[in-house]
Design a protein around this ligand. Sequence first.
Ligand SMILES: [Zn+2]
Length: 421
Amino acid sequence: MKKQILNTTVSIIAIVWLLSTTYANYTLTNNDINNISLIENKIEWLVNNGKITYSQLETKLDKLSSKKNISEKNQAILNEISLRISEKMTPSKRNFTYKPKWGYAPTIAGTIFIEPSSTMELKVGQKIKNLTDKSYEFGITLQKLTPRMYWVQNGFYNSVFYVWDNGVLVMDTLAWGGGEKVIAAVKSVTDLPITTLIYSHQHEDHIGDVQFFLDEAEKRWVNLEIVSTDKTKEAMIHNGSTLTLATKILDFKNDSFKFEDETISVEWLNNAAHVSDSATWLFENEKVLHIPDYVNPNQVPYLGFGGSHTYNWFRDDLTQIQKHNFDYFSGGHGNIGSKADLSFMLEYTANLELALAQWIEASYNENFFIAKYNNHQASAKAERDFIISTSMDILRDTYGEMYGFEASAPYQLEMLIRAGE
Ligand SMILES: [Zn+2]
């Protein structure tokens, strides 16, 4: 069907040719312009009905233009059609700021969204309602997960804390004033002091507000214990961090410690695609797993998979994270997650691969290496743009209404192409 329509389009262009004769320095007549407008309408119809894309048409026209013995008139007509097509071509049907009228679609079909509660435990798989709107308010969103654990968000960052009979353990302080909000959130559920902090990894956008916790501990005569892996401590020293270093150091590769009756275990990621000290932190009894910047539940991945060095390592890390024994997933950003969010991510990346493979193959049949692009790097860029924009068109059917798709998926496709180069 697609081929048939394509042939129809090409034959319309061919008819225009046959009717024309050779003129030197040809200037389009009113009649030519009328004919071109008719062709343009036909093309628009074909594109709007998904029969062909502008970029496919552009390539076909380039092929026709590059034929020998083309008359000046035909060349002028083709140039005019090409110009009109290029004006219509956009890298994406939607802008990167696209927001669906009725709100973003959930990444996991059938998700139940609830109003946050600091007293009612969240069922595994449930998520917080309208969280992206709450993010912009920069207040506190607090949700009870298990009898002992809470999830807290400020702005676009979040973390978890654990309340025991004698004190509270906080995972990541957050930053830019978020730490003060986390302390307030803890105070809203218990009078107990914060006695232990964990730095999940070296990035200061997650741990930058430690000073608020140190000040609070001093006020309450508490000797605050800060826990990190050896790898995180080394990285902080290497980065010249001015933050207080951890006082209790765990082995990055595999270690654990006790906070009262709870065991918190840490395990390195074999490839650590995000940053060298990325590790999973598991609250074993409560079955809560924390690792920032890999999976943002209820969003597509952030830009280049949360700053991952390579796509291949990122995929390996996801598989490793998924193997842990947890019910609740805490990703540092996005909503409250569960195992289903890891499955979503693995399926999402698999679909990115499929869409790309299809259009990389299609690009072999298109001729990007032509004089029009003036050098081989420009040709390569035209080819890459074609592959990414056509892959986006395919993926948009499934992921187009999800948070972050228009903004971030093109980066991810680019990373996937690089992974295969
Ligand atoms: Zn990070």
